[in-house]
Design a protein around this ligand. Structure first.
Ligand SMILES: Cc1cc2nc3c(=O)[nH]c(=O)nc-3n(C[C@H](O)[C@H](O)[C@H](O)COP(=O)(O)OP(=O)(O)OC[C@H]3O[C@@H](n4cnc5c(N)ncnc54)[C@H](O)[C@@H]3O)c2cc1C
Length: 483
């Protein structure tokens, strides 16, 4: 029996485990479905190499999910997540940009005007996470946190040509994408890597703390269900090496990511009774779990451009304009072809996650419903027109000619992808908000002893990629849980 059981040693779970176990009187145990290497020197090179995402189909460190990106007719896709210590942060692109002040204003509005997640409240937490190797001495940055941040000083030719095209088109240059007032424009992406080594929260936070006697990590341990005594959480059921057992604790924190934390709640009886009862799942508490998640739809424009390539991080610079982020990937995902990503960062359409059955072996149904709203299609049409103009200035040749704006919708569907930033399956909100699953302290409503600390709880679409915000969220939640 421990004080706190953390389900998932991923991006958020690694932060939480380190921060909670800093108090020697508090015992912490992490249950992680994937592999753990307690010596950083033993971590496979693929996971450390910041110049390539380790996403080969047979990789043991990935979860795969079959999803539907858009309906009528369905646009199917496969998405991945990190199934390994460090979670998705151990396999991702390393872009580490904070959500904007506008995002935290929207987050505060979702909490009825509470200042708990205002930009002023979260800024010290962002600073605590990072060791910014470029801007660490500036007031709104950190210079001694566990995650090193680095910006490329010598951009790859494709990034340089893209930036020049943006400036020529009249967009501003943003010297620091993590500055609170950075505004729109093109800028160099801060990445969580140091000398080419991807350094997520497992390497930065968890592994250095593993020698603490009050912290233990059980790898290859898949949690299947939450255990209750009435409405009080007392532990979790899990499977390790084919054997089922139960782990007991005073408090359970789900940090299994926005897909698996929601799945665990549903499978344990916290969800919509009309969906749970037909699956034979006894209802513990009615809640809108999985009812309206969000993610960043991304239109992929393949193009050719005769420029020398070089080994670098996947994304060196971005153009942010309003709700749109345009990403000139600096590495090639298909030989001979480059990719420009056009992402809608604050979509109106929401996706739905549901259980297929009560069996842990059955993956959930994930229906993104991208492009369902005319407003989203209109914003993406505009954004693709902007991107096409930039490609012309770069002298790049799109592989599939981009149609005129009036005929763009079928082309958008044909080139539709996702940024893999699924969030908000268990959103935070006010007590009188029927959509809210957790309160502003990340506690699951309707039961005691259960919290969620990961991207599930973010109640609004974020205007930037989520990784930096998840790390901040875990820092803040750790402070809340220890206060
Ligand atoms: C391919 C890819 C690239 C990305 N690139 C970027 C990027 O460059 N920048 C950016 O900002 N964002 C990026 N993201 C998104 C970002 O990495 C994630 O949103 C973030 O890491 C999520 O953190 P989390 O703590 O919520 O979940 P995760 O980091 O996914 O952690 C969940 C952990 O829980 C474990 N787990 C799950 N279920 C169970 C269970 N039942 N029992 C035990 N353990 C369990 C998992 O194995 C995992 O370790 C990317 C995502 C992907 C998939």
């Amino acid at each position: 029996m421990v004080d706190t059981l953390i389900v998932g040693g991923g991006t958020a779970g690694s932060v939480l485990a380190e921060r909670l176990s800093a108090d020697p009187a508090h015992t912490v145990r992490v249950l992680e479905a994937g592999q753990l290497w307690d010596d950083p020197a033993a971590v496979p090179v693929e996971l450390l190499d910041a110049t390539a995402m380790p996403l080969s189909p047979g990789a043991e460190w990935l979860w795969h999910y079959e999803v539907v990106l858009a309906d009528d007719p369905p646009v199917p896709a496969t998405i991945v997540r990190g199934k390994v210590i460090g979670g998705s942060g151990a396999i991702n692109g390393g872009y580490f940009v904070r959500a904007t002040t506008a995002d935290f204003d929207a987050w505060s509005r979702a909490l009825g005007g509470s200042a708990t997640w205002s930009f002023e409240a979260v800024l010290p937490m962002f600073c605590r996470t990072e060791r910014d190797l470029d801007f660490g001495d500036r007031p709104w940055h950190g210079d001694r946190g566990p995650v090193p941040l680095h910006r490329t000083k010598h951009p790859a030719p494709v990034s340089a040509v893209f930036t020049a095209a943006c400036l020529e088109a009249g967009f501003a240059e943003v010297p620091d994408l993590n500055a609170p007032d950075c505004g729109d424009g093109v800028g160099v992406v801060p990445c969580n890597c140091d000398r080419g080594r991807r350094t997520g929260t497992a390497l930065g936070y968890l592994l250095p703390a593993l020698s603490r006697p009050n912290l233990s990590v059980a790898p290859r341990t898949y949690v299947t269900r939450i255990r209750f005594d009435g409405s009080r959480v007392v532990g979790v059921d899990c499977v390790r090496e084919g054997k089922a057992h139960t782990e007991w604790a005073d408090r359970v924190v789900l940090s299994a990511g926005a897909i698996e934390s929601a799945v665990l709640l549903l499978r344990s009886g916290i969800g919509d009774p009309e969906q749970l009862r037909p699956l034979g799942i006894p209802v513990v508490h009615a809640a809108a779990v999985g009812a309206g998640f969000t993610d960043h739809p991304e239109i992929g424009i393949s193009y050719q451009l005769d420029l020398a390539g070089r080994q670098t991080v996947p994304l060196e610079s971005v153009l942010d304009v309003g709700d749109i982020e345009i990403r000139p990937y600096a590495v090639s995902f298909t030989p001979g072809v480059r990719r420009l990503g056009v992402a809608l960062m604050r979509p109106r359409s929401c996706g739905v996650l549901r259980l297929r059955s009560a069996y842990p072996a059955d993956a959930p149904l994930i229906d993104y419903r991208y492009l369902a709203e005319e407003e989203d299609r209109a914003r993406l049409r505009d954004a693709v027109s902007t991107a096409a103009g930039l490609l012309r200035r770069m002298n790049a040749r799109p592989v599939d000619p981009i149609p005129a704006r009036a005929n763009l919708d079928p082309w958008l569907r044909a080139n539709l992808a996702t940024s893999q930033h699924l969030s908000g399956t268990c959103p935070m909100g006010r007590e009188d908000d029927a959509a809210a699953v957790v309160d502003e302290m990340c506690r699951v409503r309707g039961v005691t002893g259960l919290s969620i600390v990961d991207l599930s709880v973010v109640p609004v679409p974020l205007g930037r990629g989520p990784q930096a915000t998840v790390v901040m969220l875990a820092e803040k939640a750790a402070a809340q849980l220890t206060s």
